[in-house]
Design a protein around this ligand. Structure first.
Ligand SMILES: Nc1ncnc2c1ncn2[C@@H]1O[C@H](COP(=O)(O)OP(=O)(O)OP(=O)(O)O)[C@@H](O)[C@H]1O
Ligand SMILES: O=c1[nH]c(=O)c2[nH+]cn([C@@H]3O[C@H](COP(=O)(O)O)[C@@H](O)[C@H]3O)c2[nH]1
Ligand SMILES: NC(=O)CC[C@H](N)C(=O)O
Ligand SMILES: [Mg+2]
Length: 527
């Protein structure tokens, strides 16, 4: 018997078809919070092309209007699956459109809170088991003008006579409000009623179960002699992925850490020690600092820096990979990547192209010439699930909770030309800042913090001497998804200590400032 290779084949899965709502991914999050596995696919997904059968289907909201030409529609085969279906907002309008076309533009839009009442006589509807009168979050301009054929009303709100509808015979529901946002007070219970009570999904999505199935899956994919390479940075994602690979295939996995000369203070040595001695990962550190710094000489444009680092990184990785000779005499077949679920969601979303703000370095550029097959063990996981997984696999707590660190490293935190001297200044200032944050017990509260080195000089006075040196900008942010972020509010005394230490201990710095810009309009990194 061949073993399953898709996570959806192993866990009972709720399929969320995404019509492009900003909240679609939250549906997945909420379901997983009560241990039901859910996956999101674009609304255009052909059901016949799925390798697994969903336990239930949710049609998400979306910015379109079902009655306009060019709006997305669901594959009708979804109704032949015989599984329960829940339409949310656009998803409900889609159900109504298919069953009678009774959808149009409302006289007024409805954004924000509304009160929903379950109709008399419908108290036993399983979607609302234990819930009768509750506050919801609405976000729509279109509404149902009629009850679709074969449906009845389950709940109403002031502005929506069809706040919830259900099919008379089949397990199909539509709701106009968004149960996935926290502003809908009983939203999670409604989703749980749907997934657990109605769809009968097992609540077995735990990281403990995931480890076992994922290791099995990797072994099946790689086979008994196959070998895998992977770029590992010492960040949480690549470390957790590398640890899973090691558990699955031992030293047939080759991890490569590239020292690009713009890593944090003592980074490579620490990562090497933790990963090899601590976690048994077969890791090779490649010292390419001089090569990177050589290529960055004279470059000040942020995008150029990013591209140079990205390309050089690939060059080195390929060179090292070619030198690795698998024991079975064949060739390396697979490349490990630490892709997370948010990246996957971003690439499947039913949305138009968004503008490039900055080029994030990535290892994906390797694929064309290397013909390596990708292994992405974390592609179904959110960051907090990766952290849980890391803790369970015995990865040190400090590593699991590390702030993210960008591939182009300190190079995009040095404004202007990147030289060994500038790296030294930025690195030492950063080290002091992080050290003080940890000492104050704030590290976990802050999502990311670092020091940037500005290419301006300022006059100072130290020990009666005039100084004329550079400026360090401290950045600390709070965020959940790094798409938006707010700056962290420190106590004045804390900033005072950090500033004093940096000016006193780091040669070349005369002044320290604190960045109080949110994202947007700024970004997290300075370049
Ligand atoms: N210096 C490096 N050496 C080898 N691989 C690297 C290096 N820097 C980045 N990478 C690769 O680029 C990928 C993306 O980097 P990214 O910073 O997003 O993830 P991470 O470092 O694993 O985790 P985190 O987001 O917590 O920093 C990494 O998973 C790793 O494969
Ligand atoms: O691996 C990475 N390669 C990159 O090229 C890169 N650029 C930014 N970042 C990280 O992404 C998050 C958002 O940063 P920005 O607001 O600056 O885009 C923050 O966490 C940044 O540190 C990167 N990570
Ligand atoms: N959030 C939604 O799904 C909105 C659906 C639809 N476009 C409306 O405005 O009614
Ligand atoms: Mg990183």
């Amino acid at each position: 018997m061949s073993k399953p290779v898709e996570v959806g084949e192993v866990f009972n899965t709720i399929l969320v078809l995404d019509f492009g709502s900003q909240y679609s991914h939250l549906i997945i999050r909420r379901l997983r919070e009560f241990n039901v596995y859910a996956e999101m696919l674009p609304c255009t997904q052909k059901i016949s092309e799925l390798s697994w059968k969903p336990q239930g289907v949710i049609l998400s909201g979306g910015p379109y209007s079902v009655y306009l030409d060019g709006s997305p529609h669901v594959d009708m085969a979804v109704f032949d699956l015989g599984v329960p279906i829940l339409g949310i907002c656009y998803g409900m309008q889609e159900l109504a459109w298919i069953n009678g076309r009774g959808v149009g533009e409302g006289d007024k839009k409805e954004f924000g809170h509304a009160q929903v009442h379950v109709e008399k006589g419908r108290e036993n509807d399983p979607l609302f088991a234990g819930i009768d009168d509750f506050q919801v979050w609405m976000s729509h301009g279109d509404k149902l003008s009629d009850l679709p054929t074969g449906f009845h009303t389950v709940a109403t709100s002031g502005n929506s006579p069809y706040a919830a509808i259900a099919h008379d015979e089949k397990p199909i529901w539509g709701i106009q409000f968004h149960p996935e946002v926290t502003h809908t007070a009983r939203g999670k219970e409604i989703l749980k009623n749907f997934a657990v009570n109605i769809c009968k999904s097992s609540q077995n999505w735990t990281m403990k179960n995931f480890i076992e199935t994922e290791i099995e899956r990797i072994r099946t994919l790689v086979g008994p002699t196959g070998e895998v390479i992977g770029a590992v940075s010492g960040g949480v994602d690549s470390t957790v992925a590398a640890k899973l690979m090691t558990e699955a295939i031992g030293d047939r996995f080759h991890a490569i850490l590239v020292d690009n000369g713009v890593m944090r203070l003592n980074e490579c040595a620490t990562v090497k020690k933790t990963l090899t001695a601590g976690l048994g990962i077969n890791l090779q550190v490649i010292d390419a600092a001089d090569l990177f710094l050589g290529k960055l000489k004279g470059v000040t444009d942020p995008e150029k820096k990013r591209k140079i680092i990205g390309n050089t990184f690939i060059e080195i990785f390929e060179e090292v990979a070619e030198g690795i000779k698998p024991k079975d005499g064949g060739e390396i077949e697979f490349l490990l990547q630490g892709t997370l679920y948010p990246d996957v969601i971003e690439s499947i979303s039913f949305k138009g192209p968004s503008q490039t703000i900055k080029t994030h370095h990535n290892v994906g550029g390797l694929l064309d010439n290397m013909k390596l097959k990708l292994i992405e063990p974390l592609r179904e996981l959110f960051k907090d699930e990766v952290r849980q997984l890391g803790e369970l696999m015995g990865i040190p707590h400090d590593l699991v909770w590390r702030h993210p660190f960008p591939g182009p490293g300190i190079a995009i935190r040095i404004l202007g030309e990147v030289t060994a001297e500038q790296v030294e200044i930025a690195r030492n200032a950063d080290h002091i800042f992080i050290e003080e944050i940890k000492k104050a017990g704030l590290y976990k509260e802050i999502s990311q913090a670092f020091a940037a080195l500005l290419p301006v000089r300022s006059v100072g006075v130290m020990g009666d001497q005039r100084t004329y040196e550079q400026v360090i900008a401290l950045r600390a942010i709070e965020t959940t998804d790094f798409m938006t972020a707010d700056w962290y509010i420190f106590e004045a005394a804390f900033l005072k200590t950090v500033a004093r230490r940096i000016v006193n201990e780091v040669k070349g710095v005369a002044r320290v400032v604190y960045d109080i810009t949110s994202k947007p309009p700024a970004t997290v990194e300075w370049e």
